[in-house]
Design a protein. Structure first.
Length: 539
């Protein structure tokens, strides 16, 4: 579960807001201190407005000083969106449009929330920052804890991590009434798929009873054996979804998807709680708005009072969470949802050269017509005062050929211009996009270091260990054999295993049997000997 960002890097200590005790002397001292702070807050000037606006361009100033009503800030890459959103928070406080406690800023990661809070903390004088800067899920978790009894939840409910969620489902898999989705050979093989399905349902705010009713209607309307079979599968999933949620509630647990789902349910069905939140938060700001999903956007709408003081900052061309259900339609439909929207486009880039920006702009045009620029007839082309060499573009038919082109380019520059391998970097949007490049580097015997922010199970040594453990219990797992034999522990090249894979496919058997029939090279013999020894130890 994400936690509200709490990093405060200032040298001076922050007062402990939760330690006020019942001692009379302490109470009088706290009252006196509070009076002094209140008095000083009146006579000590806030940060000057011109200090907040001095180094901003005209569009940034327009966004920061927007008075009230919906504000859509379309911020291209490198245009200073974090600066704008933090300056806006400070400006709202300095102009006394709202108290710090009446402002909530939502983002997606703890790191982003921490950075935003740190910047606001530096902009606003000591003692004035009580703005809630949090991730969506942290904000939702706090909201649920405040009103847990309204949802019939224990106040000390536990939010399961992904691993805990998988363990919980595994322990209760036979209580879900699965038939089709419980394979006989391995009843646990569909755990991840089930959890992903349940999570997506919550992202779309689909109630268990609503899903069951839909599946029952589909079954009633189904005609023909195939249609009826598909409807029965849907009904099985809907029943499992309902039972899974009942089991969570019964045990005082929630999963990650429940946080937004239940927060929305809480506000949508309790008018007095919704009114309390709307009165509490006069200004709502959302960072990386293009990555919000349907449920998150609907929750934000429920937080708004009649003034609709919502500021969203985003860029549809930078959406990276579609695989998690992020709805690009949110930013595309914002203006129709809020007709009084003021729109500000930030297109001055402070990060890249104009040549890089031009190539990027030409590339992103291939996403039309599903882009804000195309639909709203606005220009999102970025401009920079930096100029440099034009990037060299390499075109590949697929990801594999692209990897070959890049590695060949590296080898060519290494030979002709004596550029060291350590002076090259291959960047990609996601870790899994780098896999073909790493395979090609390994095949061409080029040393490399993977520095992606991957989890424990994505580290090379851990993957090799997991592959070995799978081989020990399942000799038919040819993929794990490949991963283990090509790992640093064994050191085989993929090309050395091609003939063995071909023979295994022809004979319809596993690699281990082929190795026993053939006379493999010493490295394979040593690996097989080690595997056999480990099997004897676990027998």
């Amino acid at each position: 579960m994400s936690a509200t960002a709490s990093a405060r890097p200032r040298d001076r200590p922050r007062p402990d807001r939760t330690s006020a005790g019942p001692h009379p002397a302490r109470g009088r001292a706290c009252y006196l201190l509070s009076s002094i702070i209140t008095y000083c807050a009146i006579i000590v000037p806030m940060v000057k407005n011109d200090e907040l606006l001095d180094d901003l361009n005209s569009e940034q100033k327009k966004a920061v000083t927007h008075r009230s009503g919906p504000l859509l800030i379309i911020a291209g890459a490198g245009t200073g969106k974090t600066t704008v959103i933090t300056r806006r928070i400070a400006y709202i406080i300095s102009r006394k449009w709202a108290k710090p406690s009446e402002i909530v800023a939502l983002t997606f990661t703890d790191k982003a929330a921490s950075e935003m809070e740190e910047r606001v903390d530096k902009l606003v004088p000591y003692g004035f920052v009580d703005t809630q800067v949090a991730t969506f899920h942290s904000f939702a978790a706090n909201l649920i804890r405040d009103y847990a009894l309204e949802l019939k939840l224990p106040v000390n409910f536990k939010v399961l991590s992904k691993v805990e969620q998988a363990i919980f489902l595994r322990e209760n898999i036979f209580r879900l009434g699965l038939d089709y989705y419980r394979p006989i050979a391995n009843p646990l093989s569909h755990l991840n798929e089930l959890l992903s399905h349940f999570s997506r349902l919550k992202d779309e705010l689909i109630e268990p009873d609503q899903y069951v009713k839909y599946a029952q209607n589909q079954l009633r309307k189904a005609k023909g054996a195939i249609a009826k079979e598909e409807a029965r599968k849907s009904l099985e999933l809907s029943d499992a979804y309902k039972k899974y949620n009942e089991l969570l509630f019964t045990n005082g647990k929630l999963d990650y998807g429940d946080l937004i789902f239940l927060s929305h349910k809480l506000l949508a069905r309790n008018r007095h709680i919704k009114n309390e939140c709307q009165n509490k938060y006069r200004f709502v700001l959302v960072d990386e708005f293009q990555d919000t999903n349907f449920a998150q956007y609907e929750l934000v709408k429920l937080l708004l009072n009649r003034d609709q003081n919502i500021t969203v900052v985003g860029d549809d061309d930078q959406s990276i969470y579609r695989f998690r259900g992020a709805s690009i339609s949110n930013i595309l439909s914002f203006q129709s949802d809020f007709p009084r929207t003021t729109k500000v486009i930030l297109n001055t880039n402070y990060r890249s050269t104009q040549q890089i920006l031009n190539h990027s702009y030409n590339l992103i045009q291939h996403n039309n017509p599903d882009r804000l620029e195309y639909q709203n007839q606005v220009s999102k082309k970025l401009h920079s005062k930096k100029y440099g060499r034009s990037p060299e573009l390499l075109y590949g038919q697929n990801l594999s050929s692209e990897a070959d082109l890049v590695i060949n380019k590296i080898i060519d520059l290494n030979k002709k211009k004596k550029i060291k391998f350590g002076d090259f970097a291959i960047l990609a949007r996601a870790n899994d996009h780098l896999a073909p490049f790493m395979e090609t580097l390994k095949y061409r015997n080029i040393p490399y270091v993977f520095v992606g922010a991957s989890g424990l199970y994505e580290q090379e040594e851990i993957r090799s260990l997991v592959a070995l453990m799978r081989i020990l219990v399942n000799p038919n797992d040819n993929l794990s054999y490949f991963q283990f034999l090509t790992s640093e522990h064994v050191g085989l090249l993929p090309a050395q295993l091609v003939s063995y894979f071909a023979k295994a496919r022809i004979k319809n058997t596993n690699l281990e049997q082929i190795f026993k029939i053939e006379n493999p090279e010493p490295k394979i013999k040593k690996a097989l000997s080690d595997i056999e020894q480990y099997r004897q130890k676990i027998a």
